[in-house]
Design a protein around this ligand. Sequence first.
Ligand code: NAD
Ligand code: TYD
Length: 353
Amino acid sequence: MTILVTGGAGFIGVNFVHDWLAVSDEPVVNLDVLTYAGNPDSFASLRGDGRHIFVKGDICDRELVDRLLAEHRPRAIVHFAAESHVDRSIHGPGEFMRTNVTGTFTLLEAARAYWGALEGAEREGFRFHHVSTDEVYGSLTADAAPFTETHPYEPNSPYSASKAASDHLVRAWHHTYGLPVTTSNCSNNYGPYHFPEKLIPLIIVNALAGKPLPIYGDGRQVRDWLYVKDHCAAIRVVLERGRVGETYNVGGWNEKPNIDIVNTVCALLDELRPDAAGPYSRLITYVADRPGHDRRYAIDARKIERELGWRPAETFETGIRKTVQWYLDNQAWVSNVQTGAYREWVERNYVAR
Ligand code: NAD
Ligand code: TYD
């Protein structure tokens, strides 16, 4: 048996691949085109491990996807590949439409053809799992109830609109063609191998370099944060026993305003890597807000707990400590991703702000 993972060189995908191979001998075919966010260094420790088959390629390439399915005959596809950064989607939405919408469509069509030709137990057991986000539900007011799976879709950014579109495609391929799909909508992840364009790794990396810690707007926007390995465990559980055609919201029961997150990271760095110049919070700098910035996301994760028995294992306190320590221990990984392209992005997003 084999599974096909897309986007397994990115943040969540690579954590999923590591965790999968740590608990199972079932091989993983990892299809990733290696955009700026895909990093082969993140699976360097798997070099020579025959259970990990890396294929550099695009999910929009139907011929390639057909060939991989025919060759490896996976029992499941776990679809992570996406453009994932809201700020980049504001600067350039085109790639988001191509990968998130057309790419998901291409995979669904290839999966439909492949699954349609399977028989018996192979056909019965096949799953297409789509990894999505809580951002498709839009923004909550301070006192609104957290998102359940039946909350209306109200995406506000080009990123969330493209993910909402992909969720709708997945739903329709099940409803119309019977493709055995599951979908998970998860809150903000943090942990190892997180590209330092997203809030938590950006704050760690900038603080260590003595650079400003940019806070958009008033810093009171609220996100729910989940340690990435808990998300990976949730996906494994959905793949194993999730009901076909269902969606599951995944979250950490951990809503916090951005400024609190940044202060927590600064306090941990003060403890683990004190700076002679003073507390890291001195670097906090308020900058112009993100256009259309969603005020609050919150996840009601009771369905996955009730039906599948999943709950996060980490608290924010344990997860963020592991994360900060990981960045301190993996400075070479960090400097390798800070290429010219990374510096251009930082210039584009922050300098004119
Ligand atoms: P990421 O940006 O770190 O990684 C995305 C990966 O997809 C990269 O390795 C990239 O090279 C690859 N990719 C992009 N376009 C591709 C294409 N056309 N063909 C093949 N590979 C391609 O993203 P992430 O944070 O790991 O997110 C993974 C998935 O989880 C996404 O679908 C995202 O929407 C979803 N999600 C992310 C979060 C989060 O907090 N990061 C939360 C909920 C859901
Ligand atoms: P981000 O990590 O980009 O995730 P998302 O936008 O998908 O939630 O941002 C998390 C929050 O942090 C979001 O409210 C925007 C805010 N933010 C900043 O205040 N400064 C920054 O430099 C970045 C990247 C994000």
